[in-house]
Design a protein around this ligand. Structure first.
Ligand code: G4P
Length: 192
């Protein structure tokens, strides 16, 4: 069991609707030492790739992207969830459906911060159906940028985002894959 799986078992809470609450250390209050470990893990996994930008989507992805970007010595860039449809032409945009919240978000990224010569590492705190990652892949496609890999802290392995990306041949590295959770607090991780 790795450091993140141990921490999930210690401090994570299973909530109704297959929600894993990790906001005491990952996405509300943030344990910086843990995030630096996550940055180091992703660096070790993807270090042989040429990474020029670490890309995520606001808000909780930003906390993961920063230590990863620092380790690679490249900028962290985050797509924004637009609150208005007044989008100007200097933006890449993609529509991301959230299964968890049942809303469509428009995510945007300024064309200034992603280019055709970029080699991108996409990171996020959670992946369930993978729609956020698909939106970021769409934006990378619009920029003509290459996607070198995807690093996810917690993948919900019983939803299909990870399977689809692996079948598409992406280098997807998830630190903890939750294969099942139950109301009594039992969490089963996929073996490494
Ligand atoms: P998907 O992108 O993989 O398709 O996932 P989904 O739409 O289901 O997830 C939507 C949001 O819910 C994401 O945050 C994701 O991080 C979060 N989420 C999904 N499952 C869980 C869970 O079990 N526990 C917790 N804590 N969060 C979960 P978001 O909309 O990007 O919000 P935020 O980053 O602004 O917080």
């Amino acid at each position: 069991m790795n450091f993140l799986e141990e921490r999930i078992l210690k401090d994570g809470q299973v909530r109704e609707g297959d929600i894993l609450k990790v906001d005491s250390f990952l996405n509300h209050q943030v344990d910086i030492t843990l995030l630096e470990q996550i940055g180091e893990e992703f660096y070790e996994h993807f270090r042989d790739k040429r990474i020029t930008r670490v890309l995520t989507v606001e808000s909780s992805g930003i906390a993961i992207a920063c230590p990863v970007a620092r380790r690679f010595g490249v900028p962290a860039v985050f797509a924004k969830k637009a609150r208005s449809m007044n989008l100007d032409g200097d933006l890449y945009t993609s529509i991301v459906h959230s299964y968890t919240y049942n809303v469509d978000n428009v995510v945007t990224l300024s064309r200034q911060y992603l280019h055709a010569d970029d080699s991108v590492l996409i990171v996020d705190d959670f992946m369930a159906n993978g729609k956020a990652v698909q939106g970021l892949l769409d934006i990378c496609g619009q920029a003509g940028a290459q996607v070198a890999g995807i690093g996810i802290a917690i993948e919900k392995g019983f939803q299909n985002g990870g399977r689809l990306l692996r079948e598409a041949g992406m280098d997807l590295y998830s630190l903890a894959i939750v294969d099942s959770m139950s109301a009594d607090g039992t969490i089963v991780f996929r073996a490494h």
